[in-house]
Design a protein around this ligand. Structure first.
Ligand code: HEC
Ligand code: HEC
Ligand code: HEC
Length: 379
C-alpha cells in the first residue's frame, strides 16, 4: 500500500465518521427525540456551546462600533423611562423583580444590574439594537434610531450604581398612580408600568426627571399632535420609543390625548442669554438665508401659521437639533408635511442648525389663554 492510498483511506474514514454523526443528528431532530421544552435546562455542553457562540458573535459584530459620550443625564433619563415600559417586564429593575413568566424563559433574561458591567458599551449597543436570535431578546423596534439605542446604553451604564429611588424618579418622573380601591384593582389591575403613561416622559413633575430629548407637548396645536401620533402609529415616523407607546392607543384615545395636550397652556423654556449665535439664529428665523435658499422659519412656524405645523418656541435646543438632523438626513420623510421640511433642513449648515435651534429654545411662547383647560379636563 503506497503513502498515497493510505492518506486516501484515512480521509474516507474521517468522512464516513462525519457522515454518520450528521446522520445521527438528523435522525435525532427528525425523530423528535431532542427535548425542545424550556422547562428543563440545557445540557452543560449545549449551554457552553451556545454561550460561547453568543459571546464570540457579539464581540465580532460590535468590533467597529464607537460609543459616543454616555455620562449624559438627558440620555440616561430617556433610557430609564423607556426601560420601565420596554425592558423591565423581562429583566426586572431596582425595587421591581421580574414576573415569574419572564423567569420561566430559557435562557432567562439576565439581571442587568449584575450583567451589564460585563459588556462594553459597543457590545451593549449591538445587543439592544439587534436583539439575540433564539433567546426571546427583541431587536430595537426601529433600527434606524441608533440615537435612541445609545440612550438605553447610557442608562445601562448608570444602572448598576442607581438607587431604587433614583430609578423610580427617572423612569416614572415622580408620578405615582392614584390610590386604587379594592374593586378598581380587582377590575383593572394594579399595573402602574403602562408604556402609554405620557406624563412620566413629557411633563414629569419630579425635579431633574425631564429629558431635553423629549419634546414638550403643551403649546402644540391639537391638529399637529394628532397628526404626529398617527404618523408614529402608522409607521410614517420612526421611533423605537414612541411607536410602542402609540401601539397601546386606539384612534379614540389618540384624539382625546391630542385635545388634552392641545388645550394645556405652553410650558416655558429655560431663560437663555442672547449671544451672537442666538442673534444669527433669529435672523434665519425671521428672514431666512438668501445664500443657501433657506426660507424664514417663522413663515411656517409662527403664531399664525397652519395648525398642522408645529410650534418651535420654548422647545429644547437638543430636541429641535436632533429632529433637524434626521430631517436633513432624510430619516423623517414618511409624511407629506415632513417632505416639505426635509427640503428646508437640507439647506441648513450644521452651524446654522446650532444657532437657529438655540434661538427657538430662547423664545418664551406667549401665554396662551387656554380655554379653562386644567389637567382634569379634556378627557
Ligand atoms: C421578552 C423579554 C425581553 C425583553 C422585553 C427584553 N429582553 Fe433583553 N434579554 C432577554 C433574554 C431572554 C436575553 C438572553 C439571555 C441570555 O442569552 O442568556 C436577553 C439579553 C439581554 C442582554 C444581554 C445580557 C446577557 O449577558 O445575557 C442585554 C444587555 C439586554 N437583554 C438588554 C435589554 C434591554 C435594554 C431591553 C429593553 C430595550 C431588553 N433587553 C428587553 C429578554 C428580554
Ligand atoms: C418613554 C418616554 C415617552 C413616553 C411614555 C411618551 N413619549 Fe411621546 N415622545 C417621546 C420622545 C423621546 C419623543 C421624540 C421622538 C422622535 O424622535 O420622533 C416623543 C414624541 C412625541 C410626539 C411628537 C411631538 C413633536 O413635536 O413632533 C408626540 C405628539 C408625543 N410624543 C405624544 C405622546 C403621548 C400622547 C404619549 C402618551 C400616550 C407619549 N408621547 C408618551 C417620549 C415619550
Ligand atoms: C414651508 C413651511 C416651513 C418652513 C419655511 C419651515 N418649516 Fe420646519 N416644519 C414644517 C412642517 C410642515 C413641519 C412638520 C413635519 C412633520 O409633520 O413631520 C416642520 C417641522 C420642523 C421641525 C420638527 C419639529 C418637531 O416638533 O418635531 C423643526 C425642528 C423645524 N421644522 C425647524 C425649522 C427651521 C429651523 C426652519 C427655518 C430654517 C423651518 N423649520 C422652516 C414646515 C416648514
Amino acid at each position: 500500500m503506497g503513502a498515497h492510498s493510505r492518506a486516501w483511506c484515512s480521509v474516507m474514514t474521517a468522512a464516513g465518521a462525519l457522515g454518520a454523526a450528521g446522520l445521527a443528528a438528523i435522525m435525532i431532530m427528525a425523530g423528535g427525540i431532542y427535548d425542545i421544552g424550556a422547562s428543563k435546562p440545557h445540557f452543560a455542553v449545549t449551554y457552553w456551546l451556545l454561550d460561547f457562540a453568543k459571546r464570540r458573535s457579539i464581540e465580532t459584530q460590535s468590533f467597529m462600533i464607537r460609543a459616543p459620550r454616555l455620562d449624559d443625564p438627558d440620555m440616561i433619563t430617556l433610557g430609564a423611562a423607556h426601560y420601565l415600559g420596554g425592558c423591565r417586564q423581562c429583566h426586572g429593575a431596582p425595587g421591581a423583580p421580574r414576573n415569574p413568566i419572564a423567569s420561566s424563559m430559557l435562557p432567562q433574561p439576565a439581571d442587568l444590574v449584575r450583567v451589564a458591567p460585563t459588556w462594553t458599551s459597543p457590545q451593549l449597543f449591538w445587543i439592544v439594537r439587534n436583539g439575540l436570535k433564539y433567546t426571546g431578546m427583541p431587536a430595537w423596534p426601529d433600527v434606524t434610531r441608533e440615537d435612541e439605542v445609545w440612550a438605553l446604553v447610557a442608562f445601562l451604564r448608570a444602572l448598576p450604581t442607581m438607587s431604587r429611588e433614583q430609578y423610580a424618579r427617572l423612569s416614572a418622573g415622580g408620578l405615582a398612580p392614584p390610590q386604587r380601591s379594592g374593586r378598581e384593582i380587582a377590575e383593572f389591575g394594579a399595573e402602574a408600568e403602562a408604556l402609554s403613561r405620557c406624563g412620566r416622559c413629557h411633563d414629569p413633575p419630579a425635579p431633574g426627571a425631564a429629558s431635553a430629548l423629549v419634546p414638550r407637548l403643551a403649546g402644540q396645536s391639537r391638529a399637529y399632535l394628532e397628526l404626529a401620533l398617527r404618523d408614529y402609529a402608522e409607521g410614517r415616523r420612526a421611533s423605537g420609543v414612541m411607536r410602542p407607546v402609540v401601539a397601546e392607543l386606539d384612534n379614540e384615545s389618540i384624539a382625546i390625548l391630542a385635545r388634552y395636550y392641545g388645550e394645556l397652556p405652553p410650558m416655558r423654556g429655560a431663560a437663555m442669554p442672547e449671544d451672537a449665535g442666538v442673534k444669527r439664529g433669529r435672523t434665519i428665523a425671521e428672514r431666512g438665508d438668501l445664500e443657501t435658499g433657506a426660507p424664514p422659519c417663522l413663515a411656517c412656524h409662527g403664531a399664525t401659521s397652519a395648525a398642522t405645523f408645529p410650534r418651535l418656541d420654548g422647545q429644547s435646543a437638543r430636541y429641535l437639533e436632533s429632529q433637524l438632523r434626521f430631517l436633513k438626513a432624510g430619516q423623517r420623510m414618511g409624511s407629506i408635511q415632513s417632505k416639505i421640511m426635509t427640503v428646508i433642513a437640507a439647506r441648513l449648515s450644521d452651524e446654522q442648525i446650532d444657532s437657529v435651534t438655540r434661538y427657538f429654545a430662547s423664545v418664551q411662547p406667549p401665554a396662551k389663554p387656554a380655554p379653562s383647560a386644567h389637567h382634569a379636563k379634556g378627557r
